[in-house]
Design a protein. Structure first.
Length: 87
């Protein structure tokens, strides 16, 4: 089942370099399909579908996965604070 926490973690994995763009986009496309096919009552389903749909198109110029866009997604998924660290 796709949850807000899972989607947030995938975005964080991408921002932290643990997941590349191609893998994030493919995961999002698969998750969106799974979500749309699910017969379960999923909390915040419309929000998840909007975010997954945008990320699924994130490999095109029309849907850039900028810091601002991803920060807004994380905020709407319940992530309160983001911190950037240089290693």
């Amino acid at each position: 089942m796709i949850t807000q926490e899972i989607v947030a973690q995938k975005i964080l994995d991408y921002l932290n370099g643990r997941l590349d763009l191609v893998d994030l986009v493919h995961w999002s496309e698969d998750a969106l399909f799974s979500l749309s096919e699910s017969e379960d009552d999923i909390p915040n389903e419309k929000l998840l579908m909007r975010i997954l749909g945008y990320i699924g198109a994130g490999d095109s110029a029309d849907f850039p996965l900028t810091w601002e866009v991803l920060s807004e997604f994380l905020s709407s998924l319940g992530v309160k604070t983001l911190r950037v660290e240089a290693l």
